[in-house]
Design a protein around this ligand. Sequence first.
Ligand code: ZN
Length: 314
Amino acid sequence: MQPLFLEPVFKERIWGGTTLKKEFGYEIPSEQTGECWAISAHPNGPSVIKNGPFAGMTLDKLWSEQPKLFGNPEEKVFPLLSKILDANMDLSVQVHPDDAYAMDHENGELGKTECWYIIDCKEDADMIFGHSALTKEEFIEQIGNGKWNELLRRVKIKSGDFFYVPSGTIHALCEGTLVLETQQSSDTTYRVYDYDRRDAEGNLRELHLEKAIHVTTVPHQDSDVTPKVEKREGVTVTTFVDSEFFTVYKWEISEKANFCFDDRYLLLSVIDGDGAMIYHGERYPLDKGAHLITPVGFGAFEIEGNCNVIVSHT
Ligand code: ZN
């Protein structure tokens, strides 16, 4: 068995930039690259296995053809999606549906609960998280009157912050933010407000107000997630969230640390520093910007070096 390293897929966005190249050395398609789909089995951009016997295979194919690697799961589709987002400009204000709504209205797609680890951001950065309406009527009225400043709640952010964004939460990343996002494997976004921006052809992007109003949680609910920090030899483990959709950790490794995971597969993304994974006598480099999966049954491994890794599992 080997760790499965993945080749990301990049997405150009009107709000994207070049930070994914500057920070991680990725070959990006243009100066407006917004998203790195790092660990993805979603049909809109599956990542490809880079090494070992499954090299060249997309993750969705691996999921269906080698179910043992994932513990013979019941789910038809790989449930998670890890991305890095370069918000060079403000993203549209948006909301995502839950599983039940997406199943009925988006051809059986999963809902989208997501979470963000702020890798880096400009000084005094903020984001939109939640709204002030107390009833649906008030929410609809404020949208109708374009009272965005009154309606949308702004929150200050700094690097190292973590936000859990359940489906139904109004949100938007704002200019100057680099984020590692862990989410359900879904590509369904309902746009509420796009700052009246026009694309290269002079067109406004489509809004999805009716669906957005339907799925938005009113009044806004702040989710109660408190990170837990545990230190042991060579590593500080911060558990950011342990939810019904995913568990997300940060491992801050210094020098050398030992791990053992057997009964679940892990998604790992190296967001800072570099090191190497030592597994059954083989050495696998963990460069900044590397993304990998350790399959079910992987067992004990060691990570050497000084690096920060965002780790998730279902
Ligand atoms: Zn979102």
